[in-house]
Design a protein around this ligand. Structure first.
Ligand code: ACM
Length: 735
């Protein structure tokens, strides 16, 4: 899917401020407006770490009042009433399940998992499998009914959790709610010296949206069963409830078909899921309360189907699995009966494999050259009075929908399938713009939003968090709003070979999960980051490699030398934003062997550098200002030293050379930063054109080295500008 778009300027969604060319004016305006250093800059007034290794930002609470209310909860529940006191945890802690919960293996599995996590968090020697009398259980779970065997759209996910000094009681109408409530319970663990415990609280919770998905593209890069299962576990931690599994595209067909085995034999390079593996993943997801939504994208994005079954295509072929990204022309021939017979048998098989009520047929980015170039197709269009590519795709969808329906499924597809004649039960996914969602529900269809939630754009979490399926000023009527089912974070796979999967999803996706679960009024960004940093720790504890991965790659680059200079660098760079990649050849074979793969999509410095600069600039001569100034001096020195160390590492990993100019520029900025800080601390004016020169040097740094960007530009611009003659101490450049 979007792969096509990935390389195509035409499909750029919202252009991020981060993508704009560096310029002084831009830096100053953006930094002052909070566009680049958003509200989290209020956080971290007291930063205590080594400059090159900032601490976790768990102390970053903007508002202590809010932090006292939301604590570690993410997503924030619908209603929370804190009580005084709490329930201490001891090694005698055990759970009991009553009602419909009692014999359900989902609950049993969830309780054991929870106990293991509690034990790891608290150092208590808990027996994860111990169950006992409900009256004396530390945790009592009770469901009125089990709910559907497989998770289903609209299933009741409500729960009520009441913790008293004696017991934690979790009540839910169905298992799905109980599973969500257990995640909340885990997040409530707190230190109660000398040990741990739960605070006394009453939580009544329910999701704002019923459809809270994560799309995983396993076609561009295959992700193993282990990776998919880990992703499911991490999703459950954030109360996501749909894995949208993008299983076929031009670069690979990833499911075993027994009816059409040449699909995987010739379309996957041997990288596909057997049917038993698919069942295993579905069962894993079921136990976590997560639906699996399979997507077979068509009529375009189908090149990998055609090496095995070339008659599906609209051109003579021969066809090969695509190795490059961007648009490919292969498209099903919608005029041939063969195609519908094929799809009928194919969907019969897949409907038996995937239990979810919905089947996603893609439908995006059909560019149509194969249709235009085929004389039979053109003649067919004339005969049927079809005048456009869109008209022919509608014809295709109208023949496809009854097939999907015959096999008991409801069709879902990308927004390009929207058409007045589209049956109203079809769920349509907005991806090109947030506004498309309003159009979809106006048509009478149900809609989900993925525009604004594309994780592969490398946006900071706050930028995704600001996107709401139903914004406060939405033009939708109440009836239309009711047709908004929710949204999906999308991890398109072009630039995501397996080892970097976690770091490109987590923890940012948790901010999207909160947007889709929590009430609309939950949108405080600093508090979100405070809780995201805590969630990040839990994701790591569950096996996510998002934090470990950069270090692993960098140690590999350093080949046994000290990788510290690389870690210093990694604090201040990020992968290029959007689809602006240009410095390497990116195709399915590109190994994750460049620095841009190690760079975290959202650098830690975004959180700790702005408050540090601000606390310095507020009063450079005060004690607090001087302390911040000293930290800045350490930081800038670390950049210089890092650069010297980096040069020594280059012979050990020659591919690092591409970032040498950028690191050199960083060292230069460090030197300029030191001069600026010393000048501000000593109130010594700098020569007339010094600031102008340094700002010009800063503006000259383009995001052209190795497809990474330096993210410290706005802060450096503020500092250099403040050091300019006449604009120095006492001024408050940032409020
Ligand atoms: C898409 O990104 N082409 C749905």
């Amino acid at each position: 899917m979007n792969g096509a778009g990935h390389a195509m300027p035409s499909r750029t969604p919202t252009r991020s401020a981060l993508q704009q060319p560096f310029s002084r004016r831009h830096f100053l305006a953006a930094a002052a407006a909070g566009a680049i250093t958003p509200a989290w800059s209020r956080a971290h007034a007291a930063w205590q770490g080594e400059p090159s290794q900032p601490p976790d930002s768990t102390a970053a609470a903007a508002s202590p009042q809010l932090a006292a209310q939301t604590r570690s909860l993410m997503p924030v529940p619908y209603s929370v009433q804190w009580r005084t006191g709490g329930m201490p945890l001891s090694s005698g802690f055990y759970a009991a399940a009553t009602g419909a919960t009692r014999q359900d293996e989902r609950v049993e599995a969830a309780l054991s998992r929870l106990m293991m996590r509690i034990a790891r968090r608290t150092a208590l020697n808990l027996d994860p499998w111990r169950r006992g009398a409900p009256a004396t259980a530390g945790l009592l779970v009770n469901c009125q009914a089990a709910g559907p065997h497989f998770p289903a759209l609209g299933e009741d996910e409500n729960y009520r959790l009441e913790i008293s000094p004696e017991q934690a009681r979790l009540e839910a109408p169905g298992i799905a709610g109980a599973l969500r409530g257990l995640e909340t319970l885990y997040q409530l663990i707190e230190a109660q010296p000398p040990g741990y415990g739960f605070p006394a609280v009453v939580i009544e919770d329910r999701p704002r949206f019923a459809w809270r998905g994560l799309l995983l593209d396993v076609s561009r890069h295959f992700q193993s069963v282990a990776e998919v299962e880990r992703t499911l576990e991490l999703m459950a931690c954030c109360k996501f409830n749909v894995l949208h599994w993008h299983l076929s595209d031009d670069q690979g067909f990833r499911v075993e078909s027994r009816v059409f085995p040449r699909l995987q034999e010739l379309g996957s390079d041997g990288q596909f899921y057997s049917q038993s593996e698919i069942r295993q993943v579905i069962e894993h997801a079921r136990r976590l309360g997560i639906r699996i939504l399979p997507e077979f994208d068509m009529p375009a994005h189908t090149q990998a189907w055609m090496p095995g079954y070339p008659r599906l295509g609209s051109a003579p072929g021969p066809y090969h699995i695509a190795r490059t990204f961007g648009y490919h022309n292969a498209v099903f021939d919608p005029t041939r009966g063969y195609v519908y017979h094929f799809l009928d048998r194919f969907f019969a098989e897949m409907a038996g494999l995937f239990p979810d009520a919905f089947l996603h047929i893609g439908g995006d980015e059909n560019k149509g050259p194969e249709w235009r170039e085929n004389t039979d197709i053109r003649a067919f269009m004339r005969r049927h009075g079809i005048h456009s590519k869109a008209g022919l795709q509608t014809y295709f969808n109208r023949r496809l929908n009854p097939i999907v329906r015959r096999h008991g499924k409801i069709m879902a597809g990308w927004e390009e399938i929207l058409n007045p004649k589209l049956p109203k039960d079809v769920v349509v996914e907005a991806w090109l713009s947030v506004g498309a969602l309003a159009n979809i529900v106006k048509h009478g269809n149900r809609g989900i939003l993925s525009a604004g939630y594309y994780l592969d754009l490398m946006w900071p979490a706050a930028q995704h968090y600001a996107v709401d399926p139903i914004p406060a000023d939405s033009p939708m009527s109440a009836e239309e709003k009711a047709r908004v089912l929710g949204g999906e974070a999308c991890m398109w796979g072009e630039f995501v070979p397996p080892p970097i999967l976690d770091s490109h999803i987590w923890p940012r996706a948790a901010a999207i999960a909160e947007r889709l679960w929590s009430p609309a009024g939950v949108h405080d960004v600093p508090d979100m980051y405070r809780r995201l940093n805590l969630t990040s720790l839990e994701l790591e504890a569950l096996g996510s490699t998002h934090r470990a991965l950069p270090g692993m790659l960098l140690r590999g680059f350093a080949r046994g030398q000290n990788p510290a200079p690389l870690l210093t660098f990694m604090d201040v760079i990020e992968p290029i934003k959007g689809y602006g990649h240009s410095q390497h050849t990116y195709n399915v074979f590109t190994p994750p062997a460049f620095m841009c793969y190690a760079a975290p999509p959202e650098s830690a410095a975004r959180q700790w550098l702005p408050p540090l600069v601000q606390s310095f600039l507020r009063r450079p001569q005060s004690a607090a200002g001087k302390a911040a100034g000293r930290r800045l001096l350490q930081l800038f020195t670390a950049w210089d030293r890092g650069y010297e160390g980096y040069k020594k590492l280059l012979p050990h990993g020659p591919q690092m050379a591409e970032l040498e100019p950028l690191y050199r520029a960083l060292a230069g900025l460090g030197a300029a930063g030191r001069t600026a800080v010393r000048s501000l601390m000593g109130q010594q004016p700098l020569p007339g054109d010094w600031t102008a020169q340094k700002l010009a040097a800063l503006a000259a740094i383009q995001p052209k080295y190795g497809d990474v960007i330096l993210i410290i530009g706005p802060q450096m611009a503020l500092l250099l500008d403040a050091a300019d003659t006449g604009k120095t101490s006492g001024s408050e450049p940032v409020s």
